[in-house]
Write a protein that binds this ligand. Structure first.
Ligand code: SF4
Ligand code: SF4
Ligand code: SF4
Ligand code: FES
Length: 950
């Protein structure tokens, strides 16, 4: 699959529900197009390209450049084809002598104020202005170039990823409109009028200091080199493109990786991408430089003790050593003494192989995944209530939503491309309810304002949702017909009786949740009666001791109001990492095979035993925290960790470190020498998403291809490395390509039955279940009935967390992420994204800051019962009094040092979102932090030493 550029039909398609066809004649040819189509698009559909500059098919028609004029029989003048819709029987001419003259005249004016440096311009060969000048046959500029012009205006090079060169700007407004219509940030404007008109970020600021979030939509929309990627300026225009999928968040944007030779020039969001429809955020679009970063470890390393420096070895030696250590440990301590951790960043195929290595090769079920610390309650809660451990909708569904409820998620930072879709729908008039302890951006952003922000006290999700359910039940706002037809009516009645108790009313719970009762009442009424109501939630729901209860409380509310099973409604977890859905689907949990089938299920186990030729254990294996416990107890001695930094991402760092230190063989496979590698005996270099084939599954259950655009710098793709380890342990795997792994997944997993690479290439992507009954996938689930049969209402009693505030720890800490950074920052900190977030800061309310004598930017110590760290303060009323907030992207901060050991009752998902803390002024980084920093620097020095010895 290699092509460059995409066809631009000039104007947007008409809405899918606009089905009536209109017949017309263009240049003597008859054509039928949907009503509402522009003449420009109709012509383009039949292969006739009308010259254009201000139009592009990702934006609303604007009609400003006047290059796209046409003649229409029976009409006076020369209407713009981009803004003129087709009419039945219309006869259009796109190329006449008069039109040629008019277009040349327009183009002449543009070019008279444009630098004539095409040969040295970075857009040379990829410039619409150049193309259109050719298309209209411009041969001379009669006005000369000596009059007033804009050719001396200075470039804005402030953004690390793209430049703005106003001398190349033709003031077509495509950038302004892209920022408004696609991204929804409204960071750009056309200042002034007439000759003085100019594009300006914000109020005459440069791009970097404006509210621009560097999504790149304006750069993509610009028809000239006025907005241009710095990489294109540096390298030149690309000559081929490969479509692949972003490796950052669970939105799963697809991109054209545009290459010149083996060099990646730019990532351009793919218009046909079904998750992103041609949009992107700063991470996927620009922050891929980590793949080439000098910190990447490219050669395997081993050491017999973690106190020794690493020794570089050949791949053969590293793999043989790994296999022999695992065998030695099992011979000495038993089959259950080793295990593995799969990665939500790796492909489905790689994840499948790691769990297969554990089950088939290690002979146990000791496999777990990082979803343990994020969305495991989603798996439990949605499977229990609906029957499937996944979201119910596709992203497009939001276009049919009348009420959007966001709970414990921050889409503009965590899932930015989907947030832009949401904002488009909200600007069209949908209502918004936000349930979050913090005033996240979407509560109030240009042209969007939440109807209700329920700013609850961290840890009280279940109480707020039960209070909303109380209103639904006591005010009889539930959908009885739906519940009787689709759910278990007896269970509903039990649940209704429970939530209807006075003790669960908004008034009774107000003191606890800190949300005014009338707000809860009004929000519940809106959700239940406002039309199609869709819930989107994130880690602010799951990472609690009541994470699973909250997921089920959400499901209860959706079922009671009939909001599951059609477009525009549903319950949708916004997944953090690119393949967290896939990692869960692939059997990464210790109790489940792929497709969420319990290991004790005889028939499923037999099927895998037959395929893999070994007996498999029916006993669930150890979860990550249990592996670490068993390690400190001396029973668990070896682990294979692919693409995870559990020392940074898991709770209670001290406990994780103790568990790892107690093991005899820790094998870490990653791109960089991460913090966990400080405790490793074997380091196997990983490959990036650019260097391998495979698939990722996004938050919509959408399986999408990841395609290799360059050879692995470390020598092997990750799936090959797992295969090498497996074969060194005697498993005899013979996969020649990830497509063969997918074939095995499909053969063993009913929901993936019709998934294969050919089908993925044909459809672009597939949303599971992909079965004989649904070979093209399933965008909306539970349409006629819930997957489990009848929807299951679960009584979700509010049980307060054991983590309590008190005189010593009077504040509640909650955590989250920021747009420019990703997870523990291993990738984004190695890109220019650090410009937007150099360090984690603690947000604190002005009242709490004043009480403690803390000023903005002061160093503060953040102390909990578990530990202490130091960071700087950011005083803001985004957080309520009594609540503080920080991000966790920088290892120096080590936010997880202070989080507790409390976890979700059903899944052990850590309670990251509620920690009782005290905040006090500090003189700077604590002693502990200083030593941590030195340790990290030491690891880096060793890595540097190894690199120098190459
Ligand atoms: S990069 Fe995105 S946010 Fe920034 S100005 Fe362009 S469209 Fe707007
Ligand atoms: S910067 Fe580009 S897109 Fe924006 S007005 Fe100028 S030419 Fe048009
Ligand atoms: S929204 Fe997510 S998937 Fe899309 S470009 Fe950004 S990080 Fe990548
Ligand atoms: S393309 Fe139609 S007016 Fe510019």
């Amino acid at each position: 699959m290699a092509w460059i550029g995409e066809i631009d039909l000039g104007t947007r398609p008409t809405p899918a529900n606009d089905k009536a066809l209109v017949s017309l004649i263009i240049d003597g040819q008859a054509i039928e197009v949907p009503e509402g189509t522009s003449i420009m698009r109709a012509a383009a559909l039949m292969g006739t390209t009308i010259p254009k500059l201000c139009a592009t098919d990702s934006l609303d028609a604007f009609g400003s450049c006047r290059l796209c004029l046409v003649e229409i029989e029976g009409r006076n003048g020369y209407p713009a084809s981009c803004t003129t819709p087709v009419v039945p029987g219309m006869v259009v001419r796109t190329q006449t002598e008069k039109l040629k003259t008019l277009r040349r005249g327009v183009m002449e004016l543009y070019i008279s104020d444009h630098p004539l440096d095409c040969l040295t311009c970075p857009a040379n060969g990829d410039c619409e202005l150049q193309d259109q000048a050719g298309a209209v046959g411009l041969r001379e500029v009669r006005y000369g170039y000596d009059g007033r012009n804009h050719l001396a205006v200075e470039k804005d090079e402030s953004n690390p990823y793209f430049d703005f060169d106003p001398t190349k700007c033709i003031v077509c407004s495509r950038c302004v409109r892209a920022c408004d219509e696609i991204q929804g940030t409204l960071a750009l404007t056309i200042e002034d009028r007439g000759f003085a008109s100019a594009v300006s970020p914000s109020q005459g600021q440069d791009f970097l200091s404006s509210e621009c979030v560097s999504c790149g939509a304006c750069v993509q929309a610009c028809p000239t080199s006025a907005l241009m990627e710095k990489k294109v300026v540096e390298i030149g225009t690309p000559d081929r493109a490969v479509v692949t999928t972003c490796a950052y968040c669970g939105v799963g944007c697809t991109f054209r990786a545009e290459m010149r030779g083996e060099e990646l020039v730019r990532m351009v969001p793919w218009k046909d991408g079904k998750a992103n429809h041609g949009h992107s955020c700063v991470k996927g679009r620009f922050a891929w430089g980590y793949a080439q970063h000098q910190d990447r470890i490219l050669n395997p390393m081993i050491r017999s003790s973690v106190d020794e420096p690493w020794q570089e070895v050949s791949w053969e030696e590293a793999i043989a050593y790994t296999a022999s250590e695992f065998k030695r440990i099992q011979a000495k301590y038993g089959a259950r003494s080793i295990g593995g951790i799969t990665s939500s960043r790796c492909t489905n195929e790689e994840t499948f192989l790691v769990q297969k290595l554990v089950r088939q090769g290690f002979g146990n079920n000791n496999v777990d995944t990082c979803a343990r610390v994020c969305h495991s309650p989603t798996g439990y809660g949605l499977k229990t209530t609906f029957g499937t451990s996944a979201g119910t909708q596709d992203f497009d569904s939001v276009e049919q939503a009348d009420v959007i409820m966001i709970i414990g998620a921050n889409p503009t930072d965590g899932h930015p491309v989907f947030a832009s879709r949401m904002k488009q729908r909200l600007r069209q008039g949908a209502h918004l309810i936000v349930v979050d302890p913090r005033r996240i951006d979407i509560v109030r952003t240009p042209h969007v304002e939440a109807d209700f922000h329920l700013q609850l006290r961290p840890g009280t999700n279940v109480a707020v949702l039960t209070a909303m359910a109380h209103v639904v039940v006591t005010e009889k706002l539930y959908d009885e017909g739906y519940v009787r037809a689709r759910c278990d009516w007896d269970e509903f009645q039990d649940w209704a009786e429970f939530v209807g108790q006075a003790v669960h009313s908004p008034e009774a719970t107000e003191a606890l949740t800190k949300v005014p009762a009338d707000l809860v009442r009004d929000a519940a009424r809106l959700y239940a009666t406002g039309g199609n109501a869709a819930i989107y939630y994130g880690l602010g729901v799951t990472e609690h001791s009541q994470g699973s209860s909250t997921v089920m409380a959400i499901a209860n509310l959706a079922m009671a109001t009939g909001n599951v099973g059609r477009e525009g409604v549903g319950v949708n977890p916004l997944r953090g990492q690119n393949n967290v859905q896939g990692a869960c689907d692939m059997g990464s949990f210790p109790h489940e095979f792929s497709g969420y089938r319990h290991v004790s299920d005889e028939a499923t186990r037999k099927m895998f035993e037959q395929a893999w030729g070994v007996p498999l254990s029916a006993e669930p294996g150890l979860r990550i925290p249990n592996m670490l416990d068993a390690a400190t107890d001396g029973e668990f001695k070896g682990i294979f960790i692919q693409g995870e930094d559990i020392l940074q991402s898991d709770p209670n760092t001290t406990h994780v470190a103790a568990g790892l230190a107690a093991m005899e063989c820790v094998v870490v496979q990653d791109l960089f020498l991460n913090e966990t590698a400080n405790y490793a005996h074997v380091f196997l270099p990983g490959s990036t998403f650019l260097e391998k084939d495979g698939t990722f599954t996004n938050a919509e259950r959408r399986i999408q291809r990841v395609r290799k655009v360059m050879e692995p710098k470390n020598g092997y793709a990750d799936w090959e490395i797992v295969q090498l380890v497996a074969n060194a342990m005697g498993l005899g795997w013979t996969y020649g390509h990830p497509s063969e792994i997918m074939n095995e997944i499909a053969a063993l997993t009913p929901t993936f039955k019709r998934v294969n690479y050919k089908a993925l290439d044909e459809h672009g992507s597939l949303q599971w279940p992909v079965t004989d009954a649904a070979p093209a996938g399933t965008p909306t689930m539970h349409i006629d009935a819930f997957v489990r049969g009848r929807g299951h209402f679960v009584v979700t009693d509010y049980v307060p967390t054991d983590e309590k505030t008190g005189p010593r720890f009077p504040l509640l800490l909650t955590t989250g992420r920021i747009l420019s950074q990703y997870n523990v920052g291993a990738q984004t900190r190695r890109t220019d994204n650090v410009l937007w977030h150099e360090e984690d800061r603690l947000e604190i309310h002005p009242v709490d800051a004043e009480d403690r004598g803390i000023r903005d930017g002061d160093w503060i110590s953040l102390r909990s019962r578990a530990g202490e760290t130091t960071l700087r303060a950011l005083i803001t009323s985004r957080v309520a009094p009594g609540v503080v907030y920080t991000t966790f992207h920088h290892p120096d901060t080590q936010a997880n040092v202070i989080t507790t050991e409390y976890s979700d009752w059903a899944t052990n998902c850590p309670e990251y979102k509620v920690t009782a803390v005290q905040v006090m002024p500090s003189n700077g980084p604590s002693e502990w932090q200083q030593s941590y920093r030195e340790q990290a620097a030491h690891s880096r020095r060793i890595a540097g030493h190894v690199a120098a010895a190459e």
